[in-house]
Design a protein around this ligand. Structure first.
Ligand SMILES: Cc1cc2nc3c(=O)[nH]c(=O)nc-3n(C[C@H](O)[C@H](O)[C@H](O)COP(=O)(O)O)c2cc1C
Length: 306
């Protein structure tokens, strides 16, 4: 058996296969469709200060090798989350990472503080500063180095749990944003969130997404995700979590070689909610077959031409 164990900040994970925010609900619902106990970690959908209905439909459309979504952070809000979801995590062996989204710095801090004082058993927080699907939201932070550093350092003061900042590919220089988050005290960075995209029905000239723009995800974005991870890997010293278009163990290995210590599987869960478990088994075989040993030894080992 290969050694699939990995470490992000102070937390050890049994394997590097996490499921991505927005594609696995609040963490426990999917247990009716898949075994969630062996996943490396589950990242919840973004939780906001107040409940949100999200954007009007149509808000999902299939595109070549991917999909566009404009869900708009539909969720039950932090109060209901603390009351109804966090208690369910007591039964769960899989670490839960709570994803948080806010429209102001104060709002992000309030959500995190409320959760901390509920003495929850979550492993850490992933901070969504990269959602392209809301009018006033995290994206404002994710494109600005100063705002990213300031928000990260305020959140850092509020928790000792794992603090992960989630980066957007919709920026000029993703490495600069990563450096800012590292300077602010983040334990790790995850990359990437979706890319801004559009899809049009030519028969009636209508947009296939209600508000016009959506976030592109799925295999179509894997090369972009890999490039972003490698750029950030070259610029920071904290661990990275690779996201974007992962459907199989070979994709995971590519992300690890590019610099990721773990990965998140997103859109692929819509085709098969159990895909994470299949990838864990496949990854074990792939590493063994190639005598690759452990995940930790492979991080960032891509060879580039001179
Ligand atoms: C339907 C849908 C909803 C999403 N919702 C969120 C969300 O609430 N918060 C967040 O940080 N990312 C969200 N994402 C982005 C994913 O977590 C992930 O970063 C992105 O989809 C790229 O990974 P993938 O290609 O494996 O899907 C969502 C993605 C999809 C497809």
């Amino acid at each position: 058996m290969a050694d699939l164990g990995t470490k992000i900040g102070i937390v050890d994970f049994e394997n590097p296969i996490f499921v991505a925010s927005g594609t696995y609900g609040y963490g426990t619902e999917v247990s009716e469709l898949a075994d969630i106990n062996d996943l490396g970690a589950i990242v919840t959908k973004s939780i906001t200060r107040y409940p949100r209905e999200g954007n009007p439909p149509p808000r999902i459309v299939e595109t070549p090798s991917g999909m566009l979504n404009s869900i708009g952070l539909a969720n039950i809000g932090v109060e209901a989350y603390i009351e109804t979801m966090i208690p369910l995590y007591e039964e769960l062996k899989t670490p839960i990472i709570m994803n948080i989204a806010g429209s102001t710095e104060a709002e992000y801090c309030e959500i995190l503080e409320m959760t901390e004082s509920a003495s929850s058993n979550i492993a850490g927080y992933e901070i969504n500063i990269s959602c392209p699907n809301v009018k006033a939201g995290g994206m404002e932070f994710g494109v600005d180095c100063d705002l990213t550093e300031q928000l990260t350092s305020r959140l850092r003061k509020l928790t000792e749990r794992l603090l992960i900042m989630k980066l957007s590919p919709n920026v000029t220089d993703i490495a600069a944003i990563g450096i800012a988050a590292e300077r602010g005290g983040a334990d790790a960075l995850s990359a990437i969130n979706t890319l801004v995209g559009m899809s049009i029905d030519t028969t009636n000239k209508e947009s296939n997404i209600h508000f016009g723009f959506g976030g592109l995800s799925g295999p179509a974005i894997k090369p972009v995700g890999l490039a972003c991870v490698h750029k950030v890997y070259q610029a920071v010293d904290i661990p990275l979590i690779g996201i974007g278009g992962i459907t199989c163990a070979n994709d995971v290995l590519e992300y690890v070689l590019a610099g990721a210590a773990a990965v998140q599987v997103g859109t692929a869960n819509y085709r098969d909610p159990d895909v994470g478990n299949s990838i864990i088994i496949e990854l074990d075989t792939l590493l063994d077959k190639n005598n690759m040993g452990s995940i930790l030894n492979l991080i960032g080992k891509v060879q580039l031409g001179s």
